[in-house]
Design a protein around this ligand. Structure first.
Ligand code: GTP
Ligand code: MG
Length: 285
């Protein structure tokens, strides 16, 4: 299990809350701690304002209010996330960890006894198909790909047909990394979505945005474009094991109003953890 507490992202808060008096300087120090942990200015200010308005009378009350606010904030839109996706399309910028996360998710579903198929709709980068296939081989999971330069929509079509004919439970679709500013590439993702809508209308679908936690606040504006253009249903935050600061999860969910479903904490297939707001908040505070 990944130890959120060990990272010490919010250890400053514990120090501030050791002080007996609740005064203006304490609120300022708390705000600084949140910003330093990469919570982002507007989310940090919002959290502090809300807690302040409850007029806590002890540092313990401040701590429990902060914990509760964090859980509320992180719990956005999670109710409909029951069950498992039958079709998952992974989107995001270059190098964010899409292909690795495809393998991690495939491994997880396979562990749960589901029949999984991996699909490489990244026909852009030479070697993308081989990269996904080598994960598939390692996990003994069927992988569908096409030669570079092919039509990603066609690969997805083939994969969904095959999944239906052979009764696969989950189809995981990898796509090419792209910047949200590349109009044609964004249109290509929309086309992939249209193919999944058409070929698997009944399936529970997820469009998952794979975000690299180390890009911090800068990654957020890119992410916003993806969520707006594609109707992203969930986020997977990768590389939380590296130099990233955990507060980023709060700014992501607060800014994008999209639930954070998993975090990536390493390069191995087992390094994907379901994200649970309650355990996160309890671990860090
Ligand atoms: N430390 C760490 N590294 C990760 C994690 N997830 C992915 N990586 C690494 O990030 C690098 C890029 O991962 P890929 O899965 O190839 O990223 P991608 O989004 O598919 O990249 P493109 O297809 O080129 O856009 C690889 O070196 C991965 O091992 C993670 O959770 N932690
Ligand atoms: Mg890739």
């Amino acid at each position: 299990m990944f130890d959120f507490k060990k990272k010490g992202w919010f250890s400053g808060i514990a120090q501030v809350l050791k002080k007996p008096a609740i005064d203006e300087s304490m609120w300022e120090e708390l705000l600084d701690c949140l910003i330093l942990a990469d919570v982002g200015l507007s989310t940090s200010e919002k959290l502090i304002q809300e807690i302040k308005s409850e007029r806590p009378t002890s540092s313990e009350e401040v701590r429990s209010a902060l914990r509760k606010k964090m859980v509320d904030l992180l719990s956005v839109d999670r109710a409909r996330k029951e069950g498992f996706p039958q079709v998952a399309v992974m989107v995001g910028v270059n190098g964010s960890g899409k292909t690795t996360t495809c393998a991690k998710l495939a491994y997880k579903f396979k562990q749960e006894g589901k029949k999984v198929i991996l699909t490489c709709a990244d026909t852009f980068r030479a070697g993308a198909g081989e990269q996904l296939k080598s994960w598939g081989d390692k996990l003994d999971i069927r992988t569908i790909s096409q030669r570079p330069g092919g039509d990603p929509g066609a690969v997805v079509f083939d994969a969904l047909k095959s999944a239906q004919e052979k009764s696969y439970d989950v189809t995981i679709i990898d796509t090419a990394g792209r910047l949200h500013t590349k109009f044609n590439l964004m249109e290509e993702l929309k086309k992939i979505n249209r193919v999944t809508e058409k070929e698997a209308p009944q399936a529970q679908k997820e469009i998952l945005l794979i975000l690299d936690a180390t890009t911090g606040q800068n990654g957020l504006s890119q992410a916003r474009h993806f969520t707006q253009a594609l109707g992203v249903s969930g986020i997977i935050l990768t590389k939380l094991d590296s130099s990233a600061k955990g507060g980023i999860v709060l700014s992501i969910v607060s800014e994008l109003k999209t639930p954070l479903l998993y975090v990536g904490v390493g390069e191995r297939t087992e390094d994907l953890l379901p994200f649970d707001p309650q355990s996160f908040a309890s671990a860090i505070l």
